[in-house]
Write a protein that binds this ligand. Structure first.
Ligand code: GAP
Length: 494
């Protein structure tokens, strides 16, 4: 079984990712999250929020509608520019996404090309249909937003939002005033985004409805660098692939990059923070992580500097994008100012200007899938090695046998644990089978109540990754688990 099938089989069996509307044959590009998947995705979002909101004193979670007015998305440039180029085959009638077609045929990215550039690339490179070798037809632009008609007559035009970001820009003015006119100001939105993708791919990579977690940092371009503790990060090595050197990952220190001066200090600072989130919090192996610079032609229309965050997965056949660090300048606020007539300027540090935006943008579903792929060990034993705080269930609670008062004590511990963590009680089957069930959904810790527990008021605590066991007094259980989850307690020291 290939890696993708292994992960889909795990997903279906254990309820992570499930086909949506399956009883009617499913709907391409849409997935349900089952009981463990929904919890895993929520835990990922909570970890993301906890990490990124503490990057600034004035960073906040907000929420805005998923339906946005036509005029706003016209002003942002999405109505005109948020499109993919499609190329039909004149022979087999298959429709191809131009960037994928060009990438596959030439090995170089076709991202960001408009209709004319695609036409030219097909002509110059002699590209034919990859399915049947037939002649390719006229490229056309295909719009990616889902239109929505509001009201009984449907005469108010809107779209399902293609990114969470716009909500933060539309609400910037009020947020700035409510939050006492301070910069930098961070507005984070975690929620759904929609794109009418041409070829939705399975495995949470290209969905038509997905979650994004995006932090928009509004700042003064003249004063931001001075506010950041860059010295602390000078020795941090960043793993990056330059647009001009696509053959190797460079690993310069942040100090070297600061000296070279090609990227602004505030940008480098946030790259280091994003990398720390992946390597330390999500425990992604360093060699499976990199930043990937997009060239001027490839980057999104709103970005001046654009590095994708990429993670290498077996099920994706290598590195793919899971997020991005986007320097959007004052592009969005200025466009909304021009179109709405509402001033987006702020008076700050004695100057009046339109704030600039650095966007830290992540696709939650791709990241959750990455956690499954990186963590799932198959073979004799199936174990999902998730970082403990991500696991859908934190604690499995078992009585050794179903008699002699052991279930009573175990149930009591389970009820107490449920008041502060996700716990699961299981009294059926052998202890080995119960551990195996918990291992496969990534439960980092299990406790077993045995006959000694009744006399000593303690339990056996088992660690998922090492299968080591330790005896822990019931009165210390909560403190021990908290320490393990926060990383302040070492299992071996128990
Ligand atoms: N606000 C900026 C923005 O939306 P993007 O690169 O278009 O930038 C950000 O999207 C992230 O959202 C991507 O890095 C990816 O992880 C995720 N994403 C984008 N399209 C997606 C899709 N069709 N299915 C799943 N995730 C998607």
């Amino acid at each position: 079984m290939g890696r993708y099938d292994e992960l889909m089989s795990l997903s279906l069996r254990r309820g992570f990712l499930l086909p949506s509307a399956e009883i009617y044959g499913g709907l391409a590009g849409f997935y349900d999250y089952g009981p463990y998947g929904a919890r895993l995705r929520r835990n990922w979002e909570d970890l993301w929020l906890a990490f990124f909101l503490q990057l600034g004193d004035n960073y906040h979670l907000v929420d805005t509608p998923t339906i946005q007015p036509h005029v706003a998305l016209e002003a942002s440039g999405h109505v005109d520019l948020f499109a993919d180029v499609l190329v039909p085959c004149t022979q087999c009638k298959e429709t191809h996404k131009a960037d994928e077609l060009i990438q596959a045929a030439t090995g170089t990215s076709g991202e960001g090309m408009d209709v004319e550039q695609v036409r030219q690339a097909i002509r110059e490179e002699g590209i034919v249909c990859p399915n049947c070798g037939g002649r390719l037809g006229e490229p056309t632009a295909f719009h990616l937003m889902f239109p929505v008609a509001i009201g009984p007559k449907g005469d108010e035009q809107a779209f399902l939002r293609p990114e969470t970001a716009q909500g933060a820009y539309l609400g910037f003015k009020r947020a700035f005033e409510i939050l006492r006119k301070r910069l930098p100001l961070g507005l984070a939105i975690v929620g759904r985004a929609y794109r009418n993708e041409i070829s939705p791919r399975q495995g949470a990579y290209r969905l038509r409805e997905f979650h994004q977690a995006e932090l928009q940092i509004f700042f003064d371009p003249e004063g931001f660098d001075a506010l950041l503790s860059l010295e602390e990060l000078e020795n941090t090595t960043l793993r990056l692939m330059w647009a001009t050197h696509r053959d190797e990952v460079a690993m310069p220190t942040l100090g070297t990059l600061l000296e070279q001066g090609d990227l602004p200090p505030f940008y480098l600072y946030h790259m280091a923070k994003v990398q720390a989130f992946y390597l330390d919090t999500l425990q992604v192996p360093p060699e499976a992580f990199r930043f990937y610079e997009l060239s001027e032609e490839e980057r999104a229309f709103y970005n001046r500097i654009h590095f994708d965050v990429q993670v290498a997965l077996e099920s994706w056949g290598g590195f793919q994008e899971v997020g991005g660090v986007h320097y959007r300048t004052d592009y969005d606020l200025s466009r909304h100012q021009d179109r709405s007539g509402v001033k987006m300027t702020v008076f700050h540090d004695g100057r009046r200007f339109v704030p600039h935006v650095l966007e830290l943008s992540f696709g939650v579903d791709r990241n959750v899938w990455a956690m499954l792929d990186l963590g799932y060990e198959t073979g004799e034993k199936a174990v999902l090695h998730l970082p403990p705080r991500l696991a859908p269930v934190t604690l499995g609670v078992f009585p050794l046998v179903k008699k002699d008062g052991l279930p009573d004590m175990a149930e009591g511990l389970y009820r107490e644990a449920r008041t502060w963590i996700e716990a699961s009680y299981d009294a059926s089957g052998s202890i080995g089978r119960r551990y195996a069930r918990m291992d496969e959904i990534g439960t980092p810790y299990c406790i077993t109540v045995d006959y000694d527990s009744l006399e000593q008021d303690d339990v056996t605590l088992r660690d998922r990754d090492t299968t080591k066991q330790a005896r822990v007094a019931v009165k210390n259980l909560r403190g021990t688990l908290q320490g393990l989850l926060e990383g302040t307690t070492d299992f071996d020291a128990l």
